[in-house]
Ligand binder design. Structure first.
Ligand SMILES: Cc1cc2nc3c(=O)[nH]c(=O)nc-3n(C[C@H](O)[C@H](O)[C@H](O)COP(=O)(O)OP(=O)(O)OC[C@H]3O[C@@H](n4cnc5c(N)ncnc54)[C@H](O)[C@@H]3O)c2cc1C
Ligand code: SF4
Length: 512
């Protein structure tokens, strides 16, 4: 049989309604999927991240085959190819399809690779625009035109207006305000969060159990554990996970978005990022469920608006910025940071309790919530001056939701300020006192968050002042950092010199 269209489906394109399948003819078209080992090893990937991709892909194959569609599926260990490019080249040589079809790849590297494969095989191909996102890339580029400093808040309002999400009939934001952030910065009292709602677990089925065994065997030396593996891996499961979040955690999402607590990595967060990034569930479906809960008075506006902003704001914004800035984004290093990533990022073996807890959560689950990523592991790397690319490779490796279009701008832009302020106007810097305020991590830590010098000084606090001193010229006139620079200027020069020398000693110790 001559194949008319060979439809390539990548591991993060598991969308049952994908435009890749528009006009699919079961007697003439073939779907092609491949588990390429290089995708699990190009960064030192957490076992749970590998398992999420492989199991979700195998379940998706089953869904497509249940429609009667033909899927040529190359499972791990059943083909000799290391990369997607090699495997696809071999298939093209064998089948000689009339045309290749795929949806815009989520990663710049893969987008180039697929085009190169097609070009070297002189193979006609069609790249279809992804309907899954709420802001097509072409629209984002039009929005960017003429903007030197894109800002999330402007983009978010524009998205609200064009989608009508949380807008009244007269074009005003629901409740009269665009943003309820000031209601959403709570932290817990010394008694902690109280009873945190439990989360729907998804026990591994036979397909997943086989994947877990294979991952343990093939990727034994990779970081992370599979012991608590319970991720949603199909569209049905993603819908159950969404319903569970809306029912039990959405109402508390807003106030406790930024709060941190020992051994509570999830709190009121949704845990939907992996399912969304694999396209098991659409952003539209997710926000519609949250808005329905608001209309039914089951969740307050501040929580629902805060949640919606993450999805139609941040998520679409970082995707636009990624494609706008690539491939330069990978090499951005505006603050000239060149330290190696400390080894404890891969083990959690450090006396800094906040980092130990966050990294242990990450290794146990492949998950940590946003503030753990931004204001614990990200903040420490920023203050220490770790080379941004190494920070990026760690984040891409250790989270089950990590796909480059969302991870890279969050790491290089938001967390490391390495894009020089493209994504956010100022770096997210803070001393150990911020972590102390937002969490109970400092209780029982051998360091004191209030101290910047001496054997008990909190490394975050030492490095915070060192950061301000190192980058004083760059940030002295920044309106949102001026107070912090003024506080630095109030310090005696000998105190600053002593802090900087302790910071340098810390750097040298962490290089070993
Ligand atoms: C350094 C760093 C690296 C990150 N890497 C990733 C990544 O690889 N993949 C990823 O999906 N997110 C990443 N994020 C963003 C965010 O931390 C995660 O989306 C979130 O923690 C996922 O957990 P959740 O589903 O419980 O999210 P919730 O807190 O419940 O938020 C709801 C949804 O909003 C979206 N969202 C929230 N914040 C962001 C954001 N800053 N950017 C884009 N979308 C957002 C996600 O889809 C998330 O599922 C990163 C953030 C930082 C600071
Ligand atoms: S004292 Fe410093 S190192 Fe220890 S937990 Fe608090 S912020 Fe982290």
């Amino acid at each position: 049989m001559t194949i008319r269209n060979l439809v390539v489906v990548l591991g993060d394109q598991l969308d049952e309604d994908s435009p890749a399948f528009d006009g699919f003819a079961l007697d003439r078209d073939l779907i092609w999927m491949c588990e390429a080992p290089a995708e699990s090893t190009h960064v030192w990937t957490h076992k749970a991240r590998i398992a999420v991709f492989l199991s979700a892909m195998r379940h998706f194959r089953g869904t497509l085959e249940a429609r009667g569609w033909l899927v040529e599926y190359h499972a791990t260990g059943t083909h000799p190819h290391a990369t997607l490019a090699e495997a696809l080249t071999a298939t093209i040589a064998l089948l000689r399809p009339e045309k290749l079809i795929w949806i815009e790849a989520g990663e710049w590297r893969l987008a180039r690779e697929l085009e190169q494969v097609a070009a070297s095989a002189s193979q006609p191909f069609e790249v279809r625009v992804d309907r899954y996102f709420l802001c097509p890339l072409a629209d984002f580029e039009s929005w960017m035109k003429g903007r030197k400093q894109p800002r999330l808040e402007h983009f978010y309002r524009w998205m609200r207006q064009r989608t009508g999400v949380l807008m009244t009939a007269d074009g005003e934001p629901e409740g009269g305000q665009w943003n309820y952030d000031h209601d959403n910065r709570e932290h817990f009292s010394a008694n902690g969060p109280g009873l945190v709602p439990t989360t729907q677990r998804f026990e591994p089925d036979a397909i997943t159990r086989e994947v877990l065994t294979q991952v343990e065997a093939r990727y034994a030396d990779h970081p992370g554990s599979l012991a608590s593996f319970d991720w949603p891996l199909t569209r049905e499961q993603a819908r159950v996970a969404l319903a569970d979040f809306v029912e039990h955690r959405l109402a508390g999402f807003g106030p406790y978005q930024d709060a941190l607590w020992d051994r509570e990595p999830l709190l009121w967060h949704s845990r939907l990022s992996a399912a969304m990034n694999l396209k098991l569930i659409s952003p539209r479906e997710v926000i519609d469920a949250a808005i329905a809960a608001f209309r039914a008075k089951r969740a307050p506006l501040a929580s629902v608006e805060g949640f919606v902003r993450q999805i139609i704001g941040w998520r679409e914004y970082v995707r636009g910025l990624y494609w706008h800035r690539m491939p330069q984004y990978l090499d951005d290093n505006a603050l000239g940071a060149h330290e190696p990533l400390p080894k404890f990022y891969w083990t959690g073996k450090t006396e800094m309790r906040c980092l130990r807890i966050t990294i242990e959560d990450t290794l146990a689950h492949g998950y940590a919530h946003h503030i753990q990523r931004l204001m614990v592991t990200g903040l420490f790397a920023l203050l220490l001056g770790v080379e941004p690319r190494q920070v990026h490779e760690w984040y891409l490796a250790v989270y089950v939701d990590a796909v480059e279009w969302v991870e890279l701008p969050n790491t290089i832009g938001m967390s490391q300020h390495a894009d020089g302020g493209l994504m956010g106007s100022k770096p997210y810097i803070a001393s150990g006192k911020y972590i102390d305020k937002m969490s109970n991590y400092c209780n029982g830590c051998r360091y004191d968050p209030a101290l910047s010098m001496g054997p008990n000084a909190c490394p975050f606090t030492t490095l915070y002042w060192d950061f301000l001193a190192r980058h004083r010229e760059r940030f002295a006139s920044h309106p949102r950092l001026v107070m912090q620079v003024r506080n630095l200027d109030r310090m005696h020069p000998t105190a600053i010199a002593a802090i900087r020398s302790e910071a340098q000693e810390l750097r040298e110790r962490l290089r070993d």
